[in-house]
Structures are given as structure tokens and as C-alpha cells.
Design a protein around this ligand. Structure first.
Ligand SMILES: Nc1ncnc2c1ncn2[C@@H]1O[C@H](COP(=O)(O)OP(=O)(O)O)[C@@H](O)[C@H]1O
Ligand SMILES: Nc1ncnc2c1ncn2[C@H]1C[C@H](O)[C@@H](COP(=O)(O)O)O1
Length: 227
């Protein structure tokens, strides 16, 4: 019996990993996909044509970058749907608007007109009954110091030279955002409760929780359908 069967995780599941920059989403995405034999959907970082320019000048590039991320994530979403699920997704589409676009608008690095244009497009594309929401959003959380250490250690130059205040504000916004998030079921995991770098088996307790959560929410959905 493989791990997916052992923990009763449906093979059409769509699981998205959320959390602030550097918390460990990509690492978790790879570990879960590997354990479940699922496909992965990663966000574009190295081949992103706006990201470095954005970090050098938020005001000039924030709207362009949000449009780029929205288009890329929407294409990924379409692919996931066409494959019929069985995916782990690195960062949810909800974070683009709930965290990044809003933060830049609130700080004056995205204009009101650009923010409204972006929000209208996002709502028309994503906040509709036709958009398939994930079965589960796994929210990774840890202390701010751990997150900052990981950003430094990973060593992307554009992130290392960004003021700490930017990461701190983002960290605090994530806490508020997740406490009010309700687009799909959430599983919160603290990064000090596992260590995927040292111990590959530390993914198993997470798989057990995933299986339990998805079974429970699918039972709930089935009951709602026959009401
Ligand atoms: N469980 C872990 N223990 C220690 N270091 C980790 C762990 N998960 C990720 N890292 C390290 O932290 C950094 C950021 O991880 P990454 O998965 O790229 O984060 P994200 O995708 O959330 O930005 C990387 O250097 C990665 O190797
Ligand atoms: N929607 C976004 N707006 C601005 N910046 C973003 C957005 N989504 C991701 N990013 C940035 C943050 C990081 O520098 C890289 C990759 O994110 P990570 O959390 O390391 O996967 O892109």
C-alpha cells in the first residue's frame, strides 16, 4: 500500500501551500508531491520577467507584477483542473490579492486605480462558482526570526537587500489574513513540528492530518449536496 492509500488521500485532491516568503512552501510542495506521487505547480521566480525590477522599484512595477502572477496562476489552475487534480500547489492565488496587492496599495506603492483594476479582474476570474477551489490549504507558520533566517540563508539577492520592515509587515499581515480566510478548508502547520531537511519521514504525520481533513470536508460537501 502506498502512502496516499495508507492515509486515505483521494488521488484527485488539490492541495495548496500558503505562507509568507521563505517559510518553506516550495520545500513542503516537493516533499508532499514526492510522498503522494502527485504533480507540482510552482510559482515562477527565476523566469519571472518583473520580479527583480519590482524589488528595485515597487511603485513602478507592482501592477505589472500582479497581472503577471495572476495570469500565471490562473493558467496553472486551468492545468490542474484539466488533469483532474492530484496536485500540490506552491502558494495559493488568494495570497496575491489578500497579501501582496493589498499591502502595496495600503503603502502607496500601487495606485488606487491600478488596485481597483486588478481587484476587479481578480474577482471576475477567481471569486466565482466556476473557479475550482482547493480541497485544502496548508498554512505554514513559524516565528518571524526563523522566517528571516530562511530568507537570508536561501540567498536570493533581491530579497536579502529588501528592508526587514517589509518582511515584518508581510508576516503580520499573513496572521490577520489566515484568521479571516474562508475560501476553502485550512490545515495550520508549525514549521518547528517537522524537519523535512533532516528526516524524510517527518512528512507522515502531515499526510495523516491531510487525509483526515480531506475526508471530513468531502463528507461535509456530500451532506450539503443532498440537503
Ligand atoms: N523544514 C525545513 N528546515 C530547515 N530549512 C528549511 C525547511 N524548509 C525549507 N527550508 C529552507 O528555507 C528556505 C526557504 O524555503 P522555501 O521552501 O524556498 O520557502 P518558500 O517557498 O516558502 O519561500 C530554503 O533555503 C530552504 O532550504
Ligand atoms: N503576488 C505577489 N506580489 C509580489 N511579490 C510576490 C507575489 N507572489 C510572490 N511574490 C514574490 C515573493 C518572493 O520574492 C517570490 C517567491 O515567493 P516565495 O514565497 O519565496 O515562493 O515572489
Amino acid at each position: 500500500m502506498n502512502l496516499r492509500e495508507k492515509y486515505n488521500i483521494p488521488n484527485d485532491s488539490i492541495i495548496t501551500i500558503a505562507g509568507t516568503v521563505g517559510v518553506g512552501k516550495s520545500t513542503m510542495t516537493k516533499a508532499l508531491a514526492n510522498a503522494l506521487n502527485f504533480k507540482t505547480s510552482f510559482e515562477k521566480v527565476d523566469t519571472n520577467p518583473y520580479l527583480e525590477d519590482f524589488y528595485a522599484d515597487f511603485e513602478r512595477w507592482s501592477f505589472h507584477l500582479q497581472i503577471y502572477f495572476l495570469a500565471e496562476r490562473f493558467k496553472e489552475q486551468k492545468k490542474i483542473f484539466e488533469y483532474g487534480g492530484g496536485f500540490i500547489q506552491d502558494r495559493s492565488i488568494y495570497e496575491d490579492t489578500g497579501i501582496f496587492a493589498k499591502m502595496h496599495y495600503d503603502n502607496g506603492t500601487m495606485s488606487k486605480t491600478d488596485y481597483e483594476t486588478y481587484k476587479n479582474l481578480f474577482d471576475a476570474m477567481v471569486m466565482t462558482p466556476y473557479f475550482p477551489h482547493p480541497d485544502l490549504l496548508i498554512y505554514l507558520e513559524g516565528s518571524f526570526d526563523e522566517v528571516l533566517d530562511r530568507i537570508q540563508h536561501r540567498g536570493r539577492e533581491m530579497e536579502k537587500t529588501t528592508p526587514i520592515a517589509y518582511w515584518e509587515e508581510m508576516y503580520n499581515r499573513y496572521e490577520d489574513w489566515i484568521n479571516n480566510f474562508n475560501a476553502c478548508p485550512i490545515l495550520r502547520i508549525n514549521i518547528s513540528d517537522y524537519d523535512l531537511m533532516k528526516e524524510e519521514n517527518s512528512v507522515e504525520p502531515i499526510l495523516e492530518k491531510i487525509g483526515h481533513f480531506i475526508q471530513q470536508s468531502r463528507r461535509w460537501e456530500a451532506r450539503e449536496l443532498i440537503k
